[in-house]
Design a protein around this ligand. Structure first.
Ligand code: ADP
Ligand code: MG
Length: 695
C-alpha cells in the first residue's frame, strides 16, 4: 500500500487547493485561512466550483455542512449537487453561497434556553481553518453553528474563540521577550483515544448496551484484568484487521493515526494520532470516534466509547496532550537552549500552573458527565481532584528559584531566571507518573481526565481560556515593567510560591492524597452534579466573557444542557433497567424456578430422593426474586418522584441521590441472581462472554 499517496487523498487540502485554484484565488483563500479575513462571494464561487469538481471526481454526489452541536457529536444534512438545466436535464452545481453558509433548522438541537430568547433558526458558516473532505460520497464542509443573533450553538465557535484568546495574550508575552518573528500562537493537541471492541452478536442481545452504551447488569467474570496480560499484549487477528482498515480510512481523511495497542482491560484498546492544531485535532477526533464505530460494524464488531461499559474493569478515557507553539515552529513548553529561552519557558510553565490552580473547578467542569462519574471520584484513574505533576527535577528547579537556593548544589551558582541554563528533561524523567490528572511530559501537558466519549472541544476551550487569562495578567504587569529581568524573575518566583499547592508528584490514588489535598484547599468535586454549578459562578462567567469565548447567556445555556443531559442519561438508564428486569430477568427467574419446582415435585412423587440441591437453589432464588421485586418497586417509585419542573440543580441532585442509588441496589440483586440461575436460562450474555467475545 502506498501510504503517502493514500494519506489525505480524500481531503481538499493545501496541495489540492494550490493545484486546482487560480493563483490569485488561492492567495486570497490562504489569507482568509491564516488571518480570518472576509471572503468575497466571487472568490467563494470559484473555490466552490473547484471543490465540487474535485469532490465529484472522488465519487461525491452530495455536500453537507458538518457541524458540532452541543450534543457532543457531529451533525450533517446532505444536499445533492443536482440543479435543473432545462429539458428535464440536470447539472452538478455548487455555489459560493452554499459553501460559505447553510441554514439547518436549529430547533431540534439543544440550545439550553438560547432558543427562548433568540430566534429559533440557526446557520452554519464555513470554518476555513479545517479542510473539507469527501466521505461516503459526500463533500463534508466543516462549519461553525450559530443562531441568527450570533450566539454560538456549537462547540467549534467557542473553541476557535478560545484559540484567538490565547493567541492574543501569548503574543504579548513573546513580544516582551523580543520575539517579533512569530505572527500567531497556536495550541496543539494529540488526543489518545481508548475504546472497547466486542462482538456484534453480544451487543445485539444486550438492551443496556443498545440503549445506554454501558452494561447495567452483569456479575464479574472469573478473569478480569488482574493478570495484566492484555496491556500491550499481541493484537488478535480480528482486531488487527479492524485496526488496519480503520487506519486506512483515517489516513485517507488526513487523520494522523499513529499508535495502536491493547489497553489494560480485556477487549480494551487505544488509538493515538500525531498532534495537530486544536481545531483540527477536535474535528479529527470526532471523525475518529465515528469511524471507530462504522469500521467496527464492517467487521462484525461493535466499538463501545462509553466511559464505563463494564463494572469492575477499567473504564475508558481520553488523554488530551496539549501544548502551545508559534507559527514559526517553536514549542513554548519546550525548555530551550539559552537562558533567555528558558526564562520564557519558565514563565509559560508557571502560567499554566497558576491557571490550573485558579481554575481547577472549571477544568473539573470540562470533564463532567454521567458517564465519566464512573471513573473520576470512583476509585479509578484519575481522581476527581485536579492536581499537576511536574516531575522531581522540574519541581526542584522551581523550588530552587523560589528560595534562591542552589539547585542540587551541583554548581555553586544560584538558580537565576534568564541567567542559569536549565538542564534538558529527558522524557522518561517527566513521564513516570501515570496517576496524575494533569502531567507535564517533557514539552507538553497531558490532561488525563477526559472521558472516552467526550468531544475534546470543551476541555480545550477551558484550557486555552484559563491560560490566556493568566498570560493576560502577566503581560499587563510586565508591559509596565521598568526592569524586565528583575520583575520577570520575581513574577516567576511569586507565582510558583502562591500556586505550588496544585503540584503533586505522588500517587494520586492513595487515600492520603485525598486528605492532603483537602489540607491544601484543593477542590474535590466528586460528581457531575457537584461540579457543574461552578460553571456559573461569577469568577468563571467573568473569565469567559472577558476573553469573548462565551457570552453570559451562552454559559448558562451550556450549564442547562449539561445538567439536563445528566438527568436524561440517568433516566434512560433507569428505564432500561426496569425494562430488562421486567422483560428478561424476571421471566428467566420464573422459568428456572419452574424447572426446579417441577423436578422437586417429581422427585418427591417418586420417593424419598435427596432434594437438597433443588431445595436450596429454589429457596435462594425465591428469596432473591422477592428482593428483586422490592428493588424494582423502589426504583419505579423514585422515578415517579422525579419532578422535571423543579429547578435543574435540585432535579439533578435527586437523580444522583435517589435514582442512582436505587439502580445500584436493583443491580446488586440481579447480579446475585445471575450467579444462581443457569446459563441457558439467563437472558443476557455474561461479562465473560462479552469481554472475551473477540478472538
Ligand atoms: P505517551 O503519552 O505514551 O508518552 P507520546 O509522548 O509519544 O506518548 O505522545 C502522546 C501524544 O502526545 C501523541 O498524540 C503526540 O502526538 C502528542 N504530542 C506530542 N507532542 C505534542 C505537542 N507539542 N502538542 C500536543 N501534543 C503533542
Ligand atoms: Mg499518554
Amino acid at each position: 500500500m502506498d501510504i503517502p499517496a493514500l494519506f489525505g487523498s480524500m481531503v481538499f487540502n493545501d496541495a489540492v487547493m494550490q493545484a486546482r485554484l487560480p493563483k490569485d484565488i488561492y492567495k486570497t483563500l490562504k489569507k482568509t485561512i491564516s488571518h480570518g479575513t472576509h471572503l468575497d462571494l466571487d472568490v467563494a464561487n470559484v473555490v466552490a466550483n473547484a471543490m465540487k469538481n474535485w469532490a465529484v471526481e472522488k465519487g461525491a454526489t452530495h455536500f453537507t455542512h458538518w457541524f458540532q452541536p452541543m450534543t457532543g457529536i457531529t451533525a450533517e444534512k446532505h444536499d445533492s449537487f443536482i440543479s435543473p438545466a432545462g429539458d428535464e436535464k440536470i447539472i452538478m452545481e455548487f455555489s459560493g453561497k452554499e459553501l460559505i453558509r447553510g441554514e439547518p433548522d436549529a430547533s431540534s438541537f439543544p440550545s439550553g434556553g438560547l432558543r427562548a430568547t433568540f430566534e429559533a433558526r440557526g446557520y452554519t458558516v464555513w470554518d476555513t481553518t479545517s479542510y473539507a473532505f469527501v466521505k461516503d460520497g459526500t463533500l463534508y464542509i466543516p462549519t461553525a453553528f450559530c443562531s441568527y443573533s450570533g450566539e454560538a450553538l456549537d462547540k467549534k465557535t467557542p473553541l476557535l474563540r478560545s484559540m484567538e484568546a490565547i493567541d492574543k495574550q501569548a503574543l504579548r508575552i513573546l513580544r516582551l521577550f523580543g520575539n517579533t518573528g512569530a505572527n500567531r500562537v497556536i495550541t496543539t493537541v494529540g488526543p489518545e483515544q481508548e475504546y472497547f471492541l466486542i462482538d456484534a452478536d453480544m451487543y445485539t442481545t444486550r438492551p443496556d448496551l443498545i440503549y445506554t452504551g454501558r452494561t447495567l447488569f452483569g456479575m464479574p467474570p472469573p478473569k478480569g484484568q488482574e493478570l495484566e496480560d492484555h496491556y500491550f499484549g499481541s493484537i488478535k487477528p480480528r482486531v488487527s484487521a479492524f485496526m488496519k482498515d480503520l487506519e486506512e480510512e483515517l489516513w485517507k481523511l488526513g487523520v494522523y493515526a499513529k499508535t495502536k495497542h491493547n489497553e489494560v482491560a480485556p477487549a480494551q484498546h487505544e488509538l493515538a494520532p500525531i498532534f495537530t492544531t486544536t481545531n483540527i485535532a477536535t474535528d479529527h477526533n470526532q471523525l475518529t470516534m465515528e469511524l471507530l464505530k462504522s469500521v467496527a460494524n464492517r467487521h462484525g464488531l461493535v466499538c463501545l466509547l462509553h466511559e464505563k461499559p463494564f463494572a469492575g474493569v477499567n473504564g475508558s478515557g481520553k488523554h488530551n496532550n496539549w501544548s502551545i507553539g508559534t507559527d514559526t515552529g517553536s514549542n513554548l513548553l519546550e525548555p530551550g537552549d539559552t537562558p533567555r529561552d528558558n526564562a520564557q519557558f519558565l514563565l509559560f510553565l508557571v502560567a499554566v500552573i497558576k491557571a490550573v490552580d485558579e481554575y481547577q473547578d472549571m477544568l473539573r467542569v470540562s470533564v463532567a458527565s454521567a458517564g465519566n462519574d464512573h471513573r473520576l471520584g470512583a476509585n479509578e484513574a484519575p481522581p476527581a481532584i485536579v492536581s499537576m505533576f511536574l516531575g522531581d527535577e522540574l519541581t526542584e528547579i522551581l523550588e530552587a528559584l523560589e528560595s534562591g537556593a542552589d539547585y542540587r548544589n551541583k554548581e555553586k551558582t544560584q538558580m537565576q531566571v534568564g541567567v542559569t541554563a536549565l538542564p534538558h528533561f529527558p522524557k522518561d524523567s517527566t513521564d513516570r507518573n501515570r496517576t496524575s490528572p494533569f502531567a507535564f511530559t517533557g514539552n507538553k501537558f497531558e490532561f488525563r481526565m477526559l472521558g472516552s466519549a467526550f468531544s475534546i472541544a470543551g476541555p480545550n476551550i477551558v484550557l486555552n481560556t484559563v491560560v490566556a487569562e493568566i498570560l493576560r495578567e502577566f503581560a499587563d504587569s510586565l508591559e509596565k515593567s521598568k526592569d524586565f529581568k528583575k520583575d520577570l524573575a520575581q513574577l516567576i518566583q511569586k507565582t510558583f510560591h502562591e500556586h505550588k499547592r496544585i503540584i503533586f508528584n505522588g500517587n494520586n490514588y492513595a487515600e492520603e492524597w485525598v486528605i492532603e489535598a483537602k489540607k491544601r484547599g484543593l477542590s474535590n468535586l466528586q460528581t457531575t452534579v457537584d461540579a457543574l454549578p461552578e460553571y456559573i459562578t461569577k469568577k468563571n462567567i467573568d473569565l469567559f466573557t472577558k476573553h469573548n469565548v462565551f457570552s453570559e447567556s451562552e454559559i448558562h445555556s451550556r450549564y442547562e444542557i449539561l445538567m439536563e443531559g445528566y438527568c436524561k442519561t440517568i433516566n434512560i438508564e433507569a428505564l432500561a433497567m426496569l425494562d430488562m428486569v421486567k422483560g428478561d430477568i424476571i421471566p428467566a427467574c420464573i422459568r428456572y424456578q419452574n424447572e426446579l419446582a417441577k423436578l422437586l415435585e417429581r422427585k418427591k412423587a417418586c420417593g424419598d430422593y435427596d432434594v437438597s440441591l433443588e431445595g436450596r437453589l429454589l429457596g435462594s432464588i425465591s428469596k432473591l426474586s422477592a428482593d428483586l421485586l422490592k428493588k424494582l418497586d423502589a426504583l419505579e417509585e423514585k422515578l415517579s418522584g422525579a419532578k422535571a419542573d423543579s429547578d435543574i440543580l435540585a432535579h439533578a441532585r435527586y437523580f444522583r441521590d435517589n435514582i442512582c442509588t436505587a439502580m445500584a441496589e436493583l443491580r446488586a440483586v440481579a447480579d446475585s441472581l445471575e450467579a444462581l440461575v443457569g446459563n441457558t436460562y439467563w437472558p443476557l450474555p455474561s461479562y465473560g462472554e462479552i469481554l472475551y467475545s473477540v478472538f
